[in-house]
Design a protein. Structure first.
Length: 302
């Protein structure tokens, strides 16, 4: 079954460099080709393409290997290479799943979220209390949001604009397609994000990318600048702070959606460190599912 629901957005024309335009054109071509395939074939195809072609050419494989060596210098090179390859495959699968704006939500609608955070979310929603759901670039971070939206939750999100404006213009549409409002980082986006939260809504945040001047916390045994905004918002608006994960299963197509127990309120850095510890445990268990391609550690942590 093909899924073309975002095709009209591929030709948005924001201002950008010629190299950005070319890169976006190549990505759009890959996405269009993939969306013409049956669902399972499309997921496997883009996973393979990012692992074998896009990732190595774009330098993502090299960056993943550098990060893996930084975190696990004693791990055999062959094992780090295997994790990097599987990481790229997961990145590709995640990309095309998020562009499958009809098929992917339909599949996730059959998924029943698990974990102690489910009951906490249900109780908070019944009371009109806001909830902040926090995760990292692990598995597919949209899988659980799609599963919850299918159960009637109005879950919004705050996103960071991609550096490539051509790609960003249509990628934002993929987040909107899963239901719930999405807000860009910045004054205007944050204002909308806060209004949704104050009204008792649920919001998703990803916290595992480097943020300049953010506090230095432990992540995977190394110092890493980490945004504490999710915890700050939770404290300010008496919102539950729930770690969650969409964990890819061995078939490469299905997911286990897990909501962990809420983080106890204390102070922003302590709460964020608890989030980092939660994500670190997930990565150690399934390292191939984290996006090692990001520049998480940049040498300015000391």
């Amino acid at each position: 079954m093909s899924d073309r629901s975002n095709s009209d957005d591929f030709h948005a024309h924001p201002a950008g460099k010629a190299s950005d335009f070319l890169t976006n054109a190549l990505i759009v071509g890959l996405i269009r080709l993939a969306l013409a395939l049956p669902y399972a074939a499309r997921i496997r195809f883009v996973g393979w393409m990012v692992q074998k072609v896009v990732g190595p050419v774009a330098g993502y494989r090299a960056r993943a290997l550098d990060n893996l060596e930084l975190v696990w210098p004693d791990m055999p090179k062959a094992e780090r290479a295997l994790i990097a390859n599987r990481c790229l495959n997961n990145v590709g699968r995640t990309l095309i799943e998020n562009y499958s704006a009809r098929d992917f939500p339909q599949k996730m609608a059959k998924n029943v979220p698990q974990g102690p955070g489910v009951a906490a979310l249900e109780e908070a929603t019944a009371q009109g209390r806001p909830v902040i759901l926090v995760t990292g670039h692990f598995g597919n971070y949209e899988a659980t949001r799609a599963a919850l939206v299918a159960r009637g939750y109005d879950i919004g999100g705050l996103y960071r604009d991609m550096k490539n404006p051509y790609f960003n213009a249509h990628y934002v549409k993929t987040m909107e397609a899963f239901g719930g409002p999405v807000f860009p980082q910045g004054r205007k986006g944050t204002a909308g994000f806060v209004r949704h939260l104050k009204a008792g809504g649920q919001l998703v945040l990803l916290f595992d990318q480097h943020v300049y001047a953010a506090p230095v916390l432990d992540f995977m045994g190394l110092p890493a600048r980490t945004a504490v905004s999710a915890a700050e918002l939770a404290l300010r608006y008496d919102a539950l702070l729930i770690p969650f994960y969409g964990i890819r299963q061995p078939d490469g197509l299905s997911f286990e959606c897990v909501l962990e127990a809420p983080i106890p309120p204390s102070d922003p850095e302590t709460m964020t460190q608890a989030l980092s510890d939660s994500l670190s445990a997930r990565i150690k268990d399934k390292p191939e599912q984290w996006f090692w391609v990001h520049r998480r550690w940049r040498g300015d942590e000391v």
